[in-house]
Design a protein around this ligand. Sequence first.
Ligand code: ADP
Ligand code: MG
Length: 260
Amino acid sequence: MALVKDAIVFENVGQTFATESGPLTALDGVDLTIEQHQFVAVLGPSGCGKSTLLRLAAGLMQPTRGSLAVHGYPVQGPRDDIGIVFQQPTLLPWANVLDNVTFPAKHKRGRVGSTDRARAADVIKAVGLEGFEKRLPSELSGGMQQRVGIARALFLNPDILLMDEPFSALDALTRDSMGFELLKIWQGSPKTVLFITHSIPEAVLLADRVVVMSARPGRIIADLEVPLGRPRDEAALRKPEVLDFTADLRNLLISKETVL
Ligand code: ADP
Ligand code: MG
């Protein structure tokens, strides 16, 4: 029985897709419990089922095996208290930044009120897009579009944030600064975060725990606590115990083939 302090619980979850060349098992026997307001990063080779894991937690599909609970209840569909950031920003091309960010309010309540606009201004500022409210997605760089997607996910102040390689389209500098911004947002307004990434340093900088997956069918092969307190800065990543930890993660991933 899941405790309420557990935000997300996967129990023996498996996912098999029907494909033209027969059944394809993307995930197998996944047991994962994420406590409320914990920040968990997931690392694993391409195609190992990371996005599938996230889509299951989001309620975008049902697992073929096992069970999944969010805040103690089975996941039956998408929920307002879960914000999702996909690898591609999936913005409405005809709507400006402000309208994209407030879209969840429009979708939920049919209108966007002054409180919504004030909230949108806060999250737009948090992702560094102040002044771009009236721009269309086509007028923004890929990295800026991704930040609009992040602002939209934060807009309803969800208790759970699911992020699928959210910074992979950003250049290295923006990527680092967005990581620190995300930590600030998370510390100011605690959330359970499931963060998928290809980057070991990013996982170590951001997360409380790092979960490592095997190549397909994805299974959890390691679940490690990050040996770093908070707040964190770049210098913390150079501490000997953190370098050792990073090397351990690299070995786990290399032994499983990968594109890191
Ligand atoms: P990752 O995010 O780790 O790269 P995914 O979760 O996207 O991996 O995919 C895991 C495996 O499942 C891949 O082989 C992928 O092709 C397959 N897959 C994902 N979604 C579907 C789907 N809807 N139908 C068929 N196969 C899928
Ligand atoms: Mg993926």
